[in-house]
Design a protein. Structure first.
Lengths: 111, 116
């Protein structure tokens, strides 16, 4: 059974801090790893990673995948209160695209 | 691009009634749609995978007669919660995957169901 574990489960920081969110996985037929941000509604797509060692970047957010050690990290620099959300990591281990989600990391950024 | 809508966003119903939730891909054709359920402070739990024109594939422990899924076109899938009970109250989210989108799934805004 595919498994995704995120850490920490929750994190409280102040504006301007840098945070690193972790995601480790066990999947039989790895195809890709995805990061999502969830605020009050449904998740919004952040990154999709398929290759090891290639950093994906979008503004203050960046992510990288290590397929040898089976983990990914999501970095957020210069955090803002608007970054407060649940960050979800998911892996795809089937050809039809089924996502297996981790528990999520609750990030709270205080002013 | 890659917008997915859900309707309704909120529904309150009496126990024993059936509720239908629609999921539409607005600007792309979705060969596969997924239905998730999320309880407060928990992650998303996949209920079923829906492919256009064929029967849905349900995850273990999900009653297919309770949660009826129809994917009649490349842009529309529906989830019907039949004979709803208070324990069915939850946040239901659909996602859609396009023909050329590889593994990226785009989520609808979700539907909050409250069964009294």
């Amino acid at each position: 059974e595919d498994k995704v574990v995120q850490s920490p489960l929750s994190l409280v920081v102040h504006e301007g801090d840098t945070v690193t969110l972790n995601c480790s996985y066990e999947v039989t037929n790895f195809r890709s790893l995805l990061w999502y941000k969830q605020e009050k509604k449904a998740p919004t797509f952040l990154f999709m990673l398929t290759s090891s060692g290639i950093e994906k970047k979008s503004g203050r957010l960046s992510s990288i995948l290590d397929k040898k050690e089976l983990f990914s990290i999501l970095n957020i620099t210069a955090t803002q209160t608007g970054d407060s959300a649940v960050y979800l990591c998911a892996v795809v281990g089937t050809s039809y695209g089924k996502l297996t989600f981790g528990q999520g990391t609750i990030l709270t950024v205080h002013p | 691009g890659a917008v997915v809508s859900q309707h309704p966003s909120w529904v309150i119903c009496k126990s024993g009634t059936s509720v239908k939730i629609e999921c539409r891909s607005l600007d792309f054709q979705a060969t596969t749609m997924f239905w998730y359920r999320q309880f407060p402070k928990q992650s998303l739990m996949l209920m079923a995978t829906s492919n256009e024109g064929s029967k849905a594939t349900y995850e273990q422990g999900v009653e297919k007669d309770k949660f009826l899924i129809n994917h009649a076109s490349l842009t529309l899938s529906t989830l019907t919660v039949t004979s709803a009970h208070p324990e069915d109250s939850s946040f239901y989210i659909c996602s859609a995957r396009g023909q050329g989108a590889k593994e990226t799934q785009y989520f609808g805004p979700g539907t909050r169901l409250l069964v009294l």
